[in-house]
Design a protein. Structure first.
Length: 523
């Protein structure tokens, strides 16, 4: 199949791009699963935009930069916060139903590290509501063709330029889509970890596809661990939105003590990485679980404001307005990804990236809550503009350094080859909330060996086994995260090295990148 514009992914970034491209040519949208099955659909908290009377783009930028812990790209942040309200306004004009009070004014929610209320939300299912509206619009566009259940395996690179993708269709047959411009909007990668809030589709394919095609990836050591996923044996790690704490929910230990103030002056609304680590430390200190409690809030308000969370609770026999809710950290969001400029251009001509798969630099080392939907929206639209321009690549930004670890990692042939579940388990243990050189070296050795083995299974494109490709992409992303985490010998944002617990601006105010050169070597 040949088209003008190819979009891989059906979340907010891909759909917003498709809408902008509608009059510019033929568009093909490939989704890995059913339409709507993406991280976007699971976003509970909302979308942050400086739209309140007490707010401004400058204040939103300042909060974003503070959360990013010294590594935000301030130009990209300005684009995000200044253009955000316009794109959010457009969503409302298209029919997105954000919460409003009885006079019709927007009700803005509060989340950690925001100094003012600025989170537009639709109950606790904001992503689903935005996805509904965007899909409705995309379906009505005659220039857009959507192919679902398409597992993209490789980017086609011809003459140094990305010319489309190869994929397995629903029936397992291999096919290709060729395009003048290809946008990766494949979303997140937190399925690389055993404990995650993300749906099964969030396996980081876009990062792996771009990397193997020769594109530069950046900041992959920065993974955000959400502090409050449901933590009950046998139940999925359902997200217990930060908006719960924004509306007054408290974290308590097994003895019923609200402990967060002992760890941070921000208490329950301290930055996410701090709350996540504090929960683990409190569990170790007390030997018991940590819980969220809403018992002091009005139960009718809780049911009205958080209907999906209340419904999930009912399904597993929990009354979330009254009962203690066992919670713990889980991998949630990738700050790093395919290195882009503020137009979604990557280091490869013909290839663009937007949304969670991209590293625009807006999040630095730690994303401010509810900035992710905004990023997908703003940069999805901007990538669509760039896709209509003559080919250009993102310039190499300043402060980049190779993430090749300096530690001595033995020959990959010496490592143990791991199955997918073992990779996810290893990542959780060695590259999760608390990282050390010893654990990371062991992890990199195993992941080097596993990735070599996985590559042998899929190259030279001999296998028609989709599972082999899934494994190959998962291991690629896991290995890139672990290598960058080993290289960065400091703690900052989502990256915490127990052996280097301080932030070190003198040596590490840099972005770690990885890229395969023409000879297959990383640099
Ligand atoms: C949440 O609702 O807690 C998640 C929102 C986000 O990740 O920004």
């Amino acid at each position: 199949m040949t088209t003008d514009f190819l979009i891989v992914g059906g979340g907010i970034a891909g759909l917003r791009a498709a809408i902008s491209l509608a009059d510019a040519g033929r568009i093909c949208v490939l989704t890995k699963a059913d339409p709507g099955e993406s991280n976007t659909g699971y976003a509970q908290g909302g979308i942050a935009a400086a739209m309140g009377d007490d707010d401004s783009a400058a204040l939103h930028a300042a909060d974003t930069i503070a959360a990013g812990d010294g590594l935000c790209d301030e130009r990209a942040v300005s684009v995000l916060v200044e253009q955000g309200p316009r794109y959010v306004g457009e969503l409302m004009a298209w029919g997105t139903r954000f919460a409003r009070d009885s006079t019709g004014r927007l009700v803005l929610g509060r989340e950690a590290a925001h100094r003012v209320r600025r989170v537009l939300h639709a109950g606790d299912a904001t992503g689903r509501e935005i996805g509904r509206v965007l899909w409705e619009r995309v379906r009505a566009l005659s220039s857009v063709e959507t192919l679902t259940h398409a597992l993209v395996t490789e980017l086609l690179v011809e003459g140094g330029r990305v010319a489309g993708v190869a994929y397995f269709d629903r029936g397992g047959a291999r096919a290709e889509v060729r395009a003048n411009a290809t946008l990766l909007a494949t979303g997140g990668a937190a399925q690389v970890f055993r404990e995650t809030t993300n749906p099964a589709v969030a396996t980081g394919d876009g990062i792996s596809l771009a990397y193997h095609a020769g594109a530069r990836v950046a900041d992959l050591e920065f993974v955000q661990f959400h502090p409050t996923a449901l933590n009950r044996a046998g139940a999925p790690r359902f997200l217990m939105s930060e908006a719960l704490r924004g509306e007054g929910a408290r974290l308590v230990n097994v003895g019923g003590d609200a402990f967060m103030k002992r760890y941070h002056t921000g208490g329950d609304l301290a930055p996410r990485d701090v709350v996540a680590r504090s929960i683990v430390r409190e569990e170790e200190r007390t030997g018991g679980q940590v819980f969220l409690t809403l018992a002091h809030l009005d139960p009718d308000y809780v049911a009205r404001r958080f209907p999906s969370i209340a419904e999930m609770g009912r399904r597993i026999g929990l009354d979330v307005a009254r009962d203690l809710i066992p919670v713990g950290p889980a991998a949630h969001y990738m700050m790093g990804g395919v290195d882009t400029d503020e137009w979604g251009r990557t280091s490869l001509p013909g290839l663009f990236a937007a949304g969670e798969v991209a590293c625009t630099g807006v999040h630095g080392a730690n994303r401010l809550a509810s900035n992710s939907l905004l990023e997908g929206l703003v940069f999805g639209a901007r990538a669509a503009s760039a896709m209509q321009q003559p080919p250009a690549v993102a310039p190499l930004k300043a402060d980049r350094r190779s993430s090749n670890p300096q530690s001595r990692i033995p020959n990959p042939e010496m490592g143990r080859v791991l199955a997918p579940a073992a990779v996810r388990d290893l990542m959780w243990r060695a590259a999760g909330l608390f990282r050390t050189r010893e654990d990371l070296e062991r992890a990199v050795m195993a992941l080097d060996a596993t990735s070599l083995d996985a590559e042998r299974q899929v190259r030279p494109a001999t296998t028609h086994d989709p599972d082999a490709w899934r494994h190959f992409h998962l291991v690629t992303v896991a290995r890139l995260i672990a290598r960058a985490a080993l290289r960065r010998e400091e703690s900052r944002g989502g990256h915490f090295r127990a052996d280097f617990p301080e932030r070190d601006d003198l040596h590490w105010k840099v972005h770690l990148t990885d890229q395969i050169d023409l000879h297959g070597q990383t640099r």
